[in-house]
Design a protein around this ligand. Structure first.
Ligand code: SAM
Length: 280
């Protein structure tokens, strides 16, 4: 397969550096550089932008991001076996690729990137949701990033983009859609990866809104949504009992029937309820 950048094909890179995929690190590599360039394009115009990539592995998406014109890519990779392969890419794109070895959940990237930066990643399945929730719940809004372009297991992508009443609607949909425009931009079959996972995957693009879609205190909203969906089959008057002593009256004031279940309550109504709860 023709490379997009004159570097060796990924199959060769993996063989040369003996990058046998480790399940414990969620390693399912993308080998088609045309596909990784296409994913990079889903992140929008990269020229003049810094991009944070989590889990570059042998560098397929990294190469896509650089070939698509990213000013700089900061790649955070836990597996030290990938570092020599990434060093070859860094040498091919002088001053445009910085690699940090470490756990993306622990590394502080702020000093390494110009804001607002973009985040693009084929995420390791075991830390993907936790990273997304962290990116969606920074102390202040707008965040340091401008958009997230992330590969997830298809079901997780559906949970992020689900609308009220959908089976997948829940905490992740509310967190994501409160402050971003979130949509699935690409579907990938298992065979796109090496080794092929058991599940289908999808790329989700989340564009940060300048301000939340509806006014609400982030902490209160997160608490009420977590409690509501923790027991999603229960009526809200029961699942939110611990949130406020007069929860039934509050629900009614927000225009929500106390007998309603969380999965049938819109984001706007959750925000109304959070505002009433914050008032006390
Ligand atoms: N980006 C590559 C691609 O698309 O082919 C690899 C994607 S693979 C699904 C996930 C990558 O994340 C692996 O390279 C793995 O080593 C790395 N990884 C796993 N856990 C990590 C963590 N906590 N912090 C940073 N990287 C991690």
């Amino acid at each position: 397969m023709a490379a997009i950048d004159g570097l060796p094909p990924l199959r060769e890179v993996i063989a040369t550096h003996e990058l046998v995929a480790k399940k414990s690190l969620g390693q399912n590599f993308l080998l088609d550089l045309n596909l990784t360039a296409k994913i990079a394009r889903c992140a929008g115009d990269l020229s003049g932008c810094d991009v944070l990539e989590v889990g570059p592995g042998p560098g397929g998406l990294t190469r896509g991001l650089l070939a698509e014109g990213a000013r700089k890519v900061l790649a955070v990779e836990k597996d030290s076996r990938c570092l020599p392969a990434l060093a070859e890419i860094a040498a091919h794109y002088p001053d445009r690729l910085e690699v940090l070895q470490g756990d993306a959940l622990a590394v502080d990237v702020t000093a390494h990137l110009r804001t607002p930066y973009k985040i693009a990643a084929n995420l390791p399945y075991n830390v993907g949701t936790e990273l997304l929730v962290r990116w969606l719940t920074p102390p202040t809004w707008p965040p340091a990033w401008d958009s997230l372009t992330l590969m997830f297991q298809k079901e997780v992508a559906q949970r992020i983009t689900a609308k009220v009443g959908d089976n997948h609607y829940g905490r992740l949909a509310i967190l994501a859609q409160w402050r971003t425009d979130a949509k699935i931009v690409m579907h990938l079959p298992p065979e796109a990866f090496q080794p092929a996972p058991k599940v289908h995957s999808a790329v989700v693009h989340l564009k940060a809104l300048p301000a939340p879609r509806f006014e609400a205190d982030a902490k209160v909203l997160e608490r009420v949504v977590a409690a509501g969906f923790n027991q999603r089959r229960k009526m809200l008057r029961a699942s939110l009992k611990g949130v406020h002593p007069r929860i039934e009256a509050m629900l009614e004031e927000a225009g929500i029937a106390p007998t309603e279940r969380a999965e049938r309550v819109s984001l706007e109504k959750f925000c109304t309820l959070a505002r009433l709860l914050a008032r006390g």
